[in-house]
Design a protein around this ligand. Structure first.
Ligand SMILES: C[S@@+](CC[C@H](N)C(=O)[O-])C[C@H]1O[C@@H](n2cnc3c(N)ncnc32)[C@H](O)[C@@H]1O
Length: 281
């Protein structure tokens, strides 16, 4: 293969891409991310046969541009995640939050419903599902569902598949691995797959957090929206937090990333634990 030389990313092309990404996802790249953008898009331009960013920007604006805008956001978004990330949240969920939510759902004779609103490749949604399955093991009769969504279709495909490299499946205790994962053999050696019994509880769908309405139920019991608000500006965070409030049942919980305080957003939530909020009943 010939060595690949990246086309230069001019300030004008960068400004166009930055604005387009913001308009479509509210991800604010900022003035200092040219190198990151060029690093992430260089190969894409090559595979499309675009010799310059100006040509690529033209494609994005053309009649066929919509699919490419999706691909652009896919490449630009940061999808880092892992199982039981910010583990304290899962302890709070199991020990303090679920007993309350389960009692409420049982009294109303309905299933518990959770939304993992920026699920990336699924590790967070399956961590949540594991905690729920474990909680319900000793409480037959309780039913539950996790809605997992993301703006990245590439990530959603990985989430739906539920296959992870063995050394990335780092769970709090080894018995969880045996209960909820199948070990890959043959071609799948070195991977684990989430068991179908658990995957059945997880519904995966595309959601842009800034689209007009969400294809998930209202009156949710809890929303995990973690480590995504850091990419948004204050106005977008404020809007998002208000919409998540509306999506929760009274008494429902919002979990945000440890570094994503809602301070200064003028929200209606009550803080109950570090980076955990409740919609007052
Ligand atoms: C760093 S990951 C966080 C994954 C997981 N929540 C966690 O805490 O480990 C951020 C995810 O947010 C998604 N994202 C970014 N902007 C979004 C938007 N406007 N709507 C929905 N998802 C978005 C990205 O595609 C990415 O998968």
């Amino acid at each position: 293969m010939l060595p690949f030389s990246e086309p230069p990313l001019s300030p004008a092309a960068y400004a166009f891409l930055e604005e387009l990404v913001y308009q479509r996802s509210r991800i604010r790249l900022g003035v200092d991310k040219q190198a990151l953008v060029a690093g992430r898009l260089g190969r894409r331009l090559q595979s499309l046969g675009c010799g310059s960013y100006e040509e690529y920007c033209g494609l994005l604006q053309s009649a066929e541009g919509e699919d490419e805008i999706s691909a652009l956001i896919d490449l630009i978004s940061t999808n880092h995640t892992h199982f039981f990330r910010e583990a304290a949240h899962f302890d709070i969920l199991a020990e303090r939050v679920l007993p309350v939510l389960a009692e409420r759902a049982a009294a109303a004779g309905r299933e518990m419903q959770f939304w993992c609103a920026a699920a990336a490749s699924g590790e967070e949604a399956y961590s949540l599902a594991i905690v729920l399955a474990e909680f319900c093991r000793s409480r037959p009769g309780l039913s539950w569902r996790v809605y997992a969504s993301d703006i990245s279709r590439r990530m959603l495909a990985a989430c739906r598949l539920g296959i992870y490299e063995s050394d990335k499946v780092d769970l709090p205790t080894p018995d969880l691995l045996a209960r909820h994962f199948q070990k890959g053999v043959g071609e799948r050696e070195g991977y684990y797959r989430v068991k179908p019994e658990l995957r059945r509880h997880v519904t995966t769908d595309y959601v842009n957090l800034f689209q007009d309405s969400y294809p998930v139920p209202r009156e949710l019991d809890a929303i995990f929206c973690r480590n995504v608000m850091i990419y948004f500006d204050v106005e977008s965070r404020r809007l998002l937090v208000e919409r998540l409030f509306e999506q929760l049942a009274p008494g429902g919980y919002l979990f945000v990333g440890h570094s994503e305080s809602l301070l200064g957003l003028g929200h209606r939530f009550k803080a109950v634990h570090p980076s955990v909020y409740v919609r007052p009943s």
